[in-house]
Design a protein around this ligand. Sequence first.
Ligand SMILES: C[S@@+](CC[C@H](N)C(=O)[O-])C[C@H]1O[C@@H](n2cnc3c(N)ncnc32)[C@H](O)[C@@H]1O
Length: 208
Amino acid sequence: MSANFNNSAWFYDRLSRLVFGRAIVNAQVYLLQYIPKNANILIVGGGTGWILDEITKLQPLGLNITYVEVSVKMTAVSKKRNIGHNRVVFINEAIENVNLRPGFDIVVTPFLFDNFREQTLQKVFINIHALLKPGGLWLNCNFQLSGKWWQRILLKAMFLFFRIVCKIEGSKLPDIERLFGVYGYNTIVQQAFFGDFIISKVFTKQYT
Ligand SMILES: C[S@@+](CC[C@H](N)C(=O)[O-])C[C@H]1O[C@@H](n2cnc3c(N)ncnc32)[C@H](O)[C@@H]1O
């Protein structure tokens, strides 16, 4: 059975603030400065959609956003966000089941991949990769283990909790970085948060 974040929609943000303070927000807000004016953006796994509020604060108009979120409840909350004069199309479906026109300037995957098994990661990654235009930017953040003892413990607790509540499929972090390498992405900028436990990166897609 695949993960279902419906059960966590009503407390997800409060819990994440409780454990990580502003780090989850800061890691994503850091990436948003790389969105150019009038961009055509794909956001996958935006959760409750607070990222839309943050995007609107920076750019209240001119953006074309396609917002793909598999959880019904997460999508419902996301639809109530302030989108200013930007245009947002909400799609309540798994990204791998959606037929979108390729050519996005920007794709955003905020903490989408962490709880996937390698096989799912690969499938979802390839789908998103095909939608980003050559030279486009992929804004991604995820958890990482950088060697600090407490990271392993916290990660184990998170996986255990979300396996029970949301039936997530993974039990360890998949190798997200490797896939970006395999598909020829270059890192333009990066920043770590929360004692290096969170990494935000802007990748650029190669021209073929
Ligand atoms: C770990 S949560 C992160 C939520 C949000 N980005 C945040 O940082 O608060 C991952 C989100 O991705 C969604 N998701 C998982 N697999 C997906 C898929 N294949 N397509 C679209 N959304 C997906 C889940 O429903 C969930 O809302």
